[in-house]
Design a protein around this ligand. Structure first.
Ligand SMILES: Nc1ncnc2c1ncn2[C@@H]1O[C@H](COP(=O)(O)OP(=O)(O)OP(=O)(O)O)[C@@H](O)[C@H]1O
Ligand SMILES: [Mg+2]
Length: 262
């Protein structure tokens, strides 16, 4: 399966965009008696931006944690970059994790390390890609340039604003050159201008690195800017999954409620 993706990556642009990097079918996940995800199916195509919306507690974060193996689904089928996550060996999961960047809700940096060390930390731990010290320095500069914060290398996280921390957290994930990015509320808590800048960055990085993304967000401006497709989770299932323009203008009262704002 891995090979299939490699091969198609050499094919035409159109062919690449057809490739599904995530396939989820009838996923289920409970915690004790509480069924959080009851029946969720969706695909993510290569280079697609899928926004996932839903009320607080509907299992959005739980769902994307399943995609990186931080949580195991109880049932259903789940394929990520060709790996069958329902039957994956531990070593394969470790490998896959380096290809799936996860910008955590809250996206914390290590407080006791400079920006530069924060960025180098995970890179040095990656046994799949052994970089020389010079390569590591170049990568740090590259991702800091990407997020427009090259001058913060020697700064401590406490010296940065909330928006800057988010960008550095994004840079720290991008430095791994992931094939898939999972953004858990990337703009929450930021002012409109900073939030727009983060959304722009997400679009730029997709073009630059051919990234496929899942974006969990309540921020309608972020959805409008970044999403090709929108899926809304409700009561453990999928309320709607479709083209971003169609979903955001859907007349159904239940769906409208997500786009009306306050
Ligand atoms: N590790 C866990 N153990 C037990 N229950 C959990 C665990 N993780 C999540 N839950 C429960 O699963 C439900 C869904 O949580 P989740 O964090 O996915 O919600 P969410 O949709 O991301 O909400 P929000 O928009 O507030 O971030 C919640 O009721 C939560 O308490
Ligand atoms: Mg969440």
């Amino acid at each position: 399966m891995d090979e299939m993706i490699e091969q198609s990556a050499q094919g035409t642009e159109e062919k690449r965009n057809d490739e599904k990097v995530v396939k989820a079918r009838h996923l289920k996940k409970s915690f004790g008696e509480k069924a959080v995800i009851k029946d969720v199916s969706f695909d993510l195509s290569q280079k697609e931006n899928l926004a996932i919306m839903g009320k607080s507690g509907t299992g959005k974060s739980v769902l994307i944690k399943c995609l990186v193996g931080l949580l195991a689904p109880d049932g259903g089928e789940l394929e990520v970059l060709g790996y069958d996550l329902m039957n994956i060996a531990k070593e394969e999961m470790e490998k896959l994790r380096w290809d799936v960047g996860y910008l955590f809700q809250g996206g914390a940096l290590y407080d006791s390390m400079t920006v530069e060390r924060n960025l180098k930390f995970s890179l040095r731990r990656n046994p799949e890609k052994k970089h020389s010290e010079a390569e590591i320095n170049d990568l740090v500069d590259e991702v800091l340039e990407n997020v427009g914060l090259i001058n913060t290398k020697r700064k401590m996280p406490a010296e940065l604003s909330g928006g800057m921390k988010k960008r550095i957290a994004l840079a720290r994930t991008l430095i791994m050159k992931p094939k898939i990015m999972l953004y858990d509320e990337p703009t929450t808590g930021l002012d409109i201008i900073t939030s727009n800048e983060i959304s722009e960055l997400m679009l730029e990085m997709r073009e630059k690195y051919e990234i496929s993304s899942i974006i969990i967000t309540h921020d309608i401006a972020c959805v409008e800017k970044t999403a090709d497709r929108i899926m809304i989770l409700d009561d453990g299932g999928v309320l709607i999954d479709g083209d971003a323009g169609e979903v955001s203008t859907n007349d159904d009262k239940k769906i409208r409620a997500y786009f009306k704002g306050e």
